[in-house]
Design a protein around this ligand. Structure first.
Ligand code: SAH
Ligand code: F3S
Length: 475
């Protein structure tokens, strides 16, 4: 497995505003996608009202929560290893309780309590509001579990406690679940059916972030372009809504415009877009607003029509190219990134070549690339043999990664001598004399600090670059 989000973000420890009077200590860590990191902020908020402040020291925790990822086998193995570590700590601190949250909790359910003796608490992604009750059970010495998926839970009424924050950028979740049923993917099983959050509560959260000094938000969902608010409930039940509900429904491009209008000085990002749902009006809305960042994460998974079909991706290679052409026409400065999978069942050398040639067509700015990992319960696992040998998957992945590296370099170099706008996020990891931030296109740029401050949007003249980072001077 190469360069996965799981790996880049793995095990970030989280700090939060401490609430006075809280005496219990919560150690919470997250693995996997941005949605998990965002969910941990919701959990921290719920537990803050139950007397918990977070700690960064595992050894002193009363409660340890791990927010887990099931997307690939390796992600699950990482969590199992963490549980071993918790086990060692529990020998020193026997009163410590351990809970598993997120996708593994949902996938394994009671099996977790049977297989991992250390686990006291298992809570699926839609059941976090039940945490106070579940903890009361645990306090009385019983194991507790809630993995019920919901039709309407969006946590729209919870004000997340920002964890591990730079005070500049924050995630705001807008949809939960996914209805796409890509045949390789476990998410529809672990996160349930798709539902959207009330736009009013989204705008309120953004207002609150703006008032606290945040300068950039990322609207989050498994498939943001499929956002549809019609008063609550599952997306699939929209057909049954009243005429009134249908007439006043809010889709993604309208939501995007509402967010952009709410604070013209605030940058808006979104992730992830599924090609089949990304419409022209979203691209046009991006063009109409300066503060909507010009970057689209557009996972394609494969360049072969036969494999796309077997994956139940509901578009062809040609339709994907047409979409890319539209993005390039309407938003010439937009960056595009990918997710790709090598070695899906039955993938031939020709299918793999189709993936490489698709990459040549798009020349993505960056991407996240993986070998196929069979997930229990998915259509692919039930209907197809995982028949591409591991070494073939790895070799194809290496070729994909190599091609991406070349394209990233071409894309990054093209910024040399241009002037870009950078939102300063933090000190550069390489030098304490430099700031690090991102351009609208989501490319990292570093430059001398001078008198500038974190949270400022500055114009930077790019003079040099590495394969993924721009180097310049604020002007
Ligand atoms: N729509 C989601 C996708 C979540 S999964 C989003 O918001 O990003 C992220 C990526 O993991 C997918 O795009 C896919 O490339 C990869 N992935 C999912 N299931 C996988 C599997 N079984 N094996 C390998 N990679 C997988
Ligand atoms: Fe998974 Fe496909 Fe949804 S990758 S999250 S089923 S869009």
């Amino acid at each position: 497995m190469e360069k996965t989000i799981d790996e880049t973000k793995q095990g970030e420890h989280l700090v939060l505003d401490q609430k006075e009077g809280n005496t219990r200590k919560l150690f919470i860590e997250s693995y996997g996608c941005a949605m998990n990191f965002s969910d941990s902020e919701i959990v921290a908020s719920i537990l803050s009202d139950q007397g918990f402040n977070t700690t960064q020291h595992l050894e002193e925790a009363d409660l340890v929560l791990v927010n887990t990822c099931s997307i690939r086998d390796k992600a699950e193995q990482t969590v199992r290893k963490r549980l071993e570590k918790y086990n060692a700590v529990k020998r020193i601190n026997p009163k410590m309780k351990v809970g598993v949250l997120g996708c593994m909790a949902e996938r394994l359910k009671t099996k977790f309590l049977e297989e991992e003796k250390i686990v006291d608490l298992v809570v699926g992604p839609d059941a976090y509001k039940d945490l106070p009750n579940l903890l009361a059970e645990v306090d009385e010495g019983r194991d507790a579990i809630n993995v019920i998926l919901s039709k309407d839970e969006t946590y729209g009424d919870i004000s997340p406690v920002r964890l591990n924050t730079n005070g500049v950028s924050a995630f705001v979740s807008i949809t939960r679940g996914c209805d796409n049923m890509c045949t390789f993917c476990v998410v529809p099983f672990t996160r349930g059916r798709e539902r959207s959050r009330d736009p009013q509560s989204i705008i309120e959260e953004i207002n609150d972030l703006w008032n606290k000094g945040y300068k950039e938000i990322t609207l989050l969902g498994q498939n943001v372009d499929s956002y549809l608010w019609y008063g609550g409930g599952l997306k699939k039940d929209f057909e049954k809504a009243s005429d009134m509900q249908k007439a006043t429904a809010v889709g993604f491009s309208s939501l995007l415009a509402m967010c952009a209008d709410a604070h013209p000085e605030m940058r808006i990002r979104f992730s992830t877009s599924n090609p089949q749902d990304l419409t022209l009006d979203v691209i046009e809305t991006m063009a109409a607003y300066k503060n909507i960042c010009k970057h689209i994460h557009l996972p394609v998974q494969s360049g072969s029509n036969r494999i796309l079909k077997a994956m139940n991706r509901l578009h062809t290679r040609e339709e994907y190219f047409a979409l890319i052409d539209n993005i390039r026409r309407i938003l010439p400065e937009c960056s595009i990134s990918q997710d790709l999978i090598s070695g899906f069942p039955t993938e031939t050398e020709q299918d793999h070549q189709d993936t490489l040639s698709l990459m040549d067509y798009v020349k993505y700015n960056f991407g996240y690339m993986f070998t196929y990992s069979e997930r229990p319960g998915t259509m692919a696992e039930r209907k197809l043999d995982d028949d591409v040998p591991e070494e073939v998957k790895k070799r194809r992945l290496a070729e994909i990664v190599q091609k991406q590296r070349e394209h990233s370099e071409i894309r990054t170099k093209a910024y040399i001598n241009s002037i870009v706008e950078v939102l300063i996020e933090r000190e550069s990891k390489k030098s304490s004399n430099e700031w690090s931030g991102r351009t609208s296109q989501n490319v990292v740029a570093v430059f001398p600090k001078k008198h500038y401050k974190v949270g400022e949007l500055v114009k930077v003249k790019i003079t040099d670059c590495t394969s993924a980072t721009l180097i310049g001077e604020a002007i």
